[in-house]
Design a protein around this ligand. Structure first.
Ligand SMILES: *[C@@H]1O[C@H](CO)[C@@H](O)[C@H](O)[C@H]1NC(C)=O
Ligand SMILES: *[C@@H]1O[C@H](CO)[C@@H](O)[C@H](O)[C@H]1NC(C)=O
Ligand SMILES: *[C@@H]1O[C@H](CO)[C@@H](O)[C@H](O)[C@H]1NC(C)=O
Ligand SMILES: *[C@@H]1O[C@H](CO)[C@@H](O)[C@H](O)[C@H]1NC(C)=O
Ligand SMILES: *[C@@H]1O[C@H](CO)[C@@H](O)[C@H](O)[C@H]1NC(C)=O
Ligand SMILES: *[C@@H]1O[C@H](CO)[C@@H](O)[C@H](O)[C@H]1NC(C)=O
Ligand SMILES: *[C@@H]1O[C@H](CO)[C@@H](O)[C@H](O)[C@H]1NC(C)=O
Length: 491
């Protein structure tokens, strides 16, 4: 192995680094600092668990030349490391280089760590992606009926998984997939970049993800998930490249992410029509903070359109939206069933938007024609406050469902400055009801103004969610090299 167990011969140096790191971490629990030492290849990183065993991809024949396939090296490395699941866990280190790879599966009590100059290049060859069953809550692939290509990094039925790095890159090389999607040439649904299913205690952090064939990060049927400090970039002209999609997940915390996408920056989901209703697994207890989003064709935060298992208790704050189609968007349709309730958003700044607020009750887009026309979604208790938006084409397009009003909408302390070429009517509300306070321009009659004393009337819960107690700790490891050995001799 290229690496030794952590905290062995170099304990003294470690102690110094760890103490320094601990002091910094204590001083600001939201952040976890890391250090690089120029003389030794030390890495300090923050994770929900540290690992006893570490190996490098090169120990398993990995070649980082950008053209050699590393699929087998990844699989061999992870097969080998999986033996340490109950012996302190393991970490696979990806060194600087360009590592072409097809899909690989990860394991439990496992960390994948990308060096800052490591780039995983996703293979563009369809045969490098196994075809797997559609998600049970969707009933079919989203692009085509039937199966779907497995994601580049895939995990199922796992516990304690960390995918992180020092801002290393995972490049989905999505172009041929986008082309085939446009031309209708796909046999199966496009792969995601990272998908973790039926798992718990997941951290995905400090990475740059680019050009996924479709969604970038997809935790599904999982709980206790931290997504931190991701930079996600895809061309704004390409299809379905959502940033982060918590789907039928409980207790998810998304923070400090910067996303530019051709689709929604964050899309909260929970299954599709009759399949989602039958699967009945909501997304709940979701917190989104300190997000910067550019999504000219779509939403900063979308709830739906697949929401048939329900979406509840969503809290979003400190959001910066630039040049995006809409700020918060609720998308649903007759036949979805399910619900979107107890949604709280505050502290959002929006610059150049088509619709600051958008609710769409007739989104359509059905899995098949077997949806139940009596399955009406329940949309209630939606709270937006403390926002400023400028250069906005239309303040709000709030369209419920005839005979199925969206209720309990509360908008307060929101100032929207309309664009020069704004729509004549800034708000258009149908089949919705609620209240407002301190909103400019004045909202539609369906949201009557309660007066300025109700400025802070829209709820935002003060108690924290369990996922806020899922803490990261400082982990460290050192990379053994000749220079390092030389230094050790003189200790
Ligand atoms: C990970 O991101 C956090 C939040 O931005 C940052 O404080 C921390 O230093 C980063 N850690 C590493 C190892 O890059
Ligand atoms: C990865 O897991 C999926 C689902 O369990 C399976 O279909 C696939 O064959 C696995 N891939 C490898 C390379 O083992
Ligand atoms: C994974 O967990 C799900 C839900 O508990 C279960 O239905 C499925 O059989 C499990 N799959 C494997 C490969 O263990
Ligand atoms: C990570 O890399 C991206 C892309 O190069 C860059 O825009 C971003 O600022 C980097 N983030 C950090 C925390 O260094
Ligand atoms: C109104 O919102 C702004 C941010 O846009 C905030 O600074 C201010 O405290 C809010 N006022 C009240 C009364 O909550
Ligand atoms: C306002 O939005 C329009 C597009 O709707 C854009 O062309 C223009 O540059 C924006 N102006 C400012 C000041 O951001
Ligand atoms: C408001 O929206 C409804 C439903 O989409 C549409 O039929 C109507 O024309 C709109 N009204 C205005 C004034 O834009």
């Amino acid at each position: 192995m290229e690496f030794s167990r952590n905290f062995t011969k170099t304990q003294m140096i470690h102690v110094i680094f760890v103490l320094a790191a601990t002091i910094l971490v204590r001083s600001n629990v939201a952040y976890c600092r890391h250090f690089h030492h120029h003389s030794w290849d030390y890495f300090e990183y923050c994770a929900i668990s540290c690992r006893a065993h570490t190996a490098s991809l090169t120990d398993f024949g990995g070649v980082g030349d950008g053209t050699t396939s590393n699929t087998k090296a990844f699989q061999a490395a992870i097969d080998h490391l999986s033996q340490f699941e109950s012996d302190g866990g393991s970490m696979l280190f990806v060194p600087p280089g360009k590592w072409l790879t097809g899909s690989f599966n990860i394991t439990s009590h496992f960390t994948l760590f990308l060096h800052k100059d490591a780039v995983l290049l996703a293979s563009q060859d369809e045969s490098d992606y196994a075809v797997i069953e559609p998600l049970p809550s969707y009933g079919r692939g989203r692009d085509t009926a039937g199966g779907r290509y497995i994601s580049l990094i895939f995990g199922t039925n796992l516990t304690d998984v960390v995918i992180t790095g020092d801002n290393g890159t995972i490049d989905g090389q999505g172009e041929p997939w986008w082309d085939k999607f446009h031309k209708g040439e796909l046999q199966y649904t496009r792969p995601y970049l990272i998908e973790i299913m039926y798992s718990q205690n997941i951290q995905i952090s400090n990475l740059t993800l680019v050009n996924s064939p479709s969604w970038h990060v997809h935790p599904v049927y999982s709980s206790n998930i931290i997504v931190q400090a991701l930079t996600i970039i895809a061309p704004v002209t390409v299809p379905n490249t959502d940033g982060i999609n918590p789907d039928s997940c409980t207790n998810t915390r998304i923070e400090d992410c910067y996303i530019i996408s051709g689709d929604d920056c964050i899309a909260v989901k929970s299954g599709w029509d009759e399949y989602g209703i039958a699967f009945a697994m909501p997304t709940k207890q979701l917190v989104i903070r300190r997000l910067t989003c550019i999504s000219p064709k779509s939403a900063v935060i979308a709830l739906g359109s697949e929401m048939s298992g329900g979406i509840e208790d969503v809290r979003a704050e400190d959001i910066l939206a630039i040049d995006s189609e809409s700020g918060i968007r609720i998308k649903t349709a007759i036949g979805r069933g399910g619900y979107v309730k107890d949604v709280y958003v505050k502290g959002m700044t929006m610059k150049t938007m088509k619709w600051a607020f958008w609710m769409t009750g007739n989104y359509g887009s059905h899995a098949d024609n077997n949806y139940d026309p009596n399955a009406l979604p329940v949309i209630q208790n939606i709270n937006y406050r403390d926002m400023v938006a400028e250069n906005v084409t239309m303040a709000g397009m709030l369209e419920g469902i005839p005979g199925d009003k969206f209720t309990g909408i509360c908008i307060s302390n929101v100032t929207i400055t309309l664009a020069k070429k704004a729509k004549k009517v800034p708000w258009n509300c149908t089949d919705v009801e609620g209240i407002s306070s301190g909103v400019a321009p004045p909202p539609c009659d369906a949201l009557p103004d309660q007066g300025s004393e109700y400025l802070a009337s829209c709820d935002f819960p003060t108690e924290s969610l369990p996922v806020d107690n899922l803490e990261v700790q400082t982990c460290s490891y050192r990379r053994k090299n000749s220079f390092d050995n030389h230094v050790l001799k003189h200790l």
